[in-house]
Write a protein that binds this ligand. Structure first.
Ligand code: FRU
Length: 482
């Protein structure tokens, strides 16, 4: 293969599968992530989109509708089974979202400190372009979840009307921090679940009877904890079954490499350059001239030890982004048959501002493909970038609360992408050319095969489908069977 002039070649990844419990962690390397810039156009007029249209989310109109007038809505997921099917329950589609009160006196950027899990439902045969999602309110009663703030997770329908809600129980200790948005005492984070009941009637969907169980706290070895780094990430559980290991339930989640902040030093395997590559950096160079070792994201893996899914054990991370990026959030595993073989796609979201020194990429969803849950993952499109918000990558990175006016006004239009069956990608609106969001984006369709992704611009209007389009693909019970 030929490299882009001035850029290194990406790392060679075999996609080979390993046992889920094996001590092998795939690396998203600096050589891989440098392909994002290698594939970006250096000559666009400042503030345009410099990425290929194949990996760029179409522009969201500025006059987007609010999904709900009382709560901001962001990270969202569907009611699913263990195989990522989206379940219609007795004729209702159900989704779960982080929500925060729009009228409580804090701003949109303080939502994280005030997050609760809310839910919405609508008739399975609704017209997604016209019929609104009905807001059902908070999923859990006040002061019943573990922790004082509820962050992202996933929800699975179990036997009968039982559901398991896997979520992040974040606990803030500093009221000032909650109101001001950060900078105070570091929060605790545990991965928890709540087992409860779903009820459907002709009027809608309700939940009750939740029993909360703490499942996992970071061990400080495989997964960094709060004592090691107040800015640690440990969150966003997503559980699934793997046809290659029947009877087991796995969980992926967002973590960081264990150890004290700053103690990690970049290794050859984090850089991933091919021998003799004239554009390779050396380990010494990276460790002496950059602060890249501060960025230590990983995607964690755990396995359930009992059928009730109340006991879990950590396994080594399936992916690390040491010296590349500090956050690989909301990971999901999506298994797709390609030419008679199961291919495992790992999708995870990340930001511009969490990239390491020397690295640059947009806010969006990143993807990796391999032959098993644990494998030598090949980054999609050779770079890892699957779908980003329109961004001029020639300009420096900034953040949604303080964008550079010379940048593309849609660089932060959407975040928290959630990949659904059929390549439908849901996200929430953050900042569209200065208009702050808090509502679900138009769903887009991303075709992917053989490690290549492509936005389907024939879907919806120029590639933008209905707002908040999370359709179901499997029915449990029928309408009227209450
Ligand atoms: C992604 C995210 C998640 C977290 C939530 C908190 O948007 O950072 O990782 O659970 O938002 O609001």
């Amino acid at each position: 293969p030929a490299s882009t002039p001035g850029f290194p070649l990406p790392t060679v990844h075999t996609q080979q599968a390993y046992d889920p419990a094996a001590d092998f962690t795939s690396k998203w390397t600096r050589a891989d992530a440098k392909q994002i810039m290698a594939q970006s156009n250096p000559n666009v007029a400042p503030g345009q989109n410099s990425m290929s249209p194949n990996v760029t989310m179409p522009e969201i109109p500025k006059d987007f509708p609010a999904m709900n007038d009382d709560v901001w809505v962001w990270d969202t997921w569907s009611l699913t089974d263990e195989n990522a099917n989206q379940i219609s329950y007795k004729g209702w589609d159900v989704i779960f979202s982080l929500v925060a009160d729009r009228h409580a006196g804090y701003g949109f950027d303080q939502r994280h400190w005030n997050a609760r899990i809310g839910y919405f439902f609508r008739k399975t045969n609704a017209d997604p372009a016209k019929d609104k999602w009905n807001y059902g309110g908070h999923l859990f009663l006040d002061n019943t979840s573990i922790g004082n703030t509820e962050w992202s997770g996933s929800t699975r329908l179990m036997q009968g009307n039982k559901i398991n809600v896997f979520y992040t129980a974040t606990t803030f200790y500093d009221v000032a921090e909650r109101n001001a948005g950060g900078g105070g005492i570091a929060p605790d984070a545990v991965i928890a679940k709540a087992l409860g009941n779903i009820h459907a009637t002709k009027d809608g969907v309700t939940f009750d009877g939740f029993q909360h169980t703490k499942l996992l706290e970071p061990d400080g070895k495989l997964y960094q904890n709060k004592a090691q780094n107040p800015g640690f990430a440990f969150r966003d559980p997503y559980t699934f079954a793997d046809p290659a290991h029947p009877g087991k339930t796995f969980m992926v989640f967002e973590g960081n490499t264990g150890g004290n902040r700053g103690a990690y030093k970049c290794k050859q395997e984090d850089l991933g350059y091919r021998p003799g590559d004239p554009h390779a950096e050396t380990v010494d160079q990276v460790n002496s001239t950059t602060g890249a070792w501060y960025q230590t994201a990983n995607v964690g893996l755990a396995v359930a030890d009992n059928k009730d899914l109340t006991k879990w054990s950590f396994l080594p991370p399936i992916l690390s982004a040491n010296c590349v990026n500090d956050q690989t959030e909301r990971p999901q595993i999506y298994i797709q048959n390609e030419n008679g073989k199961n291919k495992y796609y790992l999708f995870t979201i990340s930001h511009q501002f969490t990239y390491a020194d020397g690295m640059r990429g947009p806010d969006g969803v990143y993807g990796f493909v391999g032959d098993g849950v644990r494998s030598d993952y090949q980054p999609v499109n050779n770079s890892g970038l699957a779908l980003g918000s329109p961004t001029d990558l020639n300009m420096p990175a900034n953040a949604p609360e303080g964008p550079d006016p010379r940048q593309n006004g849609r660089q932060f239009q959407a975040y928290s992408h959630y990949v659904q069956p059929g390549g439908l990608v849901q996200s929430f609106i953050d900042n569209v050319d200065g208009v702050r969001g808090g509502s679900l984006s138009p769903t887009v369709k991303m075709n992917f095969k053989a490690g290549v992704t492509q936005v389907d611009r024939s879907f919806g209007k120029n590639g933008l489908g209905p707002f908040g389009y999370l359709p179901t693909n499997k029915r449990v019970g029928g309408e009227g069977l209450y």
